[in-house]
Design a binder for this molecule. Sequence first.
Ligand SMILES: [Zn+2]
Length: 266
Amino acid sequence: MKSARLLITLILAAGIIGFVVWRSSNTSATEADLVGFQAYDQPFSMPKHGKPDMRFHFLSAWQANQIPTAHSMDTPMGSENGALVYNAQKFWEMNDKRGGHHTGDDLNGIGGMNSDLGDPIFAAGDGLVVYTGEPSPGWGNIIVLAHRDLEGKPIHTMYAHLLEIKTRLGSLVARGEKIATTGTANGHYPAHLHFEARASDGIDIGGGYASQPLNRLDPQAVIDALHNSAPEGISPSALHLANASPADPWTTLEIENAGKMLELEE
Ligand SMILES: [Zn+2]
C-alpha cells in the first residue's frame, strides 16, 4: 500500500516537472522583445494611421562603422552599363492609379512581362546589408544596402519584389555581386526590380509612391554620379576580390588587376 502511494506521488511529481519544462521551452518571443532598436531583422510593419513603428531606427555605431564607400556604382540588372534592361516606370513619375509619385525605378528585362523572372540582381555598389525581409505582401522580399558616397555621406539602395534573397543580413557585399533574383512580389506584378536610392542613415521601408520626395533620390542619377568614378572602372571592386572564392577561375585574373589598381593609387 505504502509503495503504491509512493509510486503515484512519483508519477505526479514527474508529470509536474515535465509540464514546467515543456511550458518554458514553448514560450515564444513577446511583442515587447521584438520592438527593440536592435531587432531590425524582424519584418517591419507599415506605418498605419500615422503611428511610428519603433523598429524604424538608425543604425548602431557598430553597423555605421562597417559601411563601405561605394567608389563606383553600376546598374543592378543587366550589364554594368544597364544593357538588356529598360526602365518601365521612372523615378518620380506621377501614377494617378496609385495616387502618388513613383519613389524608384522599375527595371525590366527587355523581353517584357515575366521573361526576366529569376534573373540575377547585383549590388549597385560595395555595401553593407542592413535589411532583408518581407515588410508586406505588396513589397515582397526586400534588401536594403548601406553605402557611403565619396564624401562619406550615407546612401541606401533598396531592391524590392525579389523572388529570392541571395545574401544575408550583416554581410558586406561587393559591387556586381549577385544578391537576389527578380520577382513578382507574390504575383502582384509582372516580374521587375523596384530599385530605390535614398539619402538615408536609417531604415524606413515606406511606400512605393509618395506625394513628397522625402529622402528618395533619383537612382539613375546616383549611379551616374559614381559610375566609373574609380580607377578600377567597371572591373571588380576590391571588396569583390576579398569575397571571391579561391576556386573561382576569375580570382587570379582579378588579383592581377587589383595589383595594377594598387600601383595606380600609389
Ligand atoms: Zn516600382
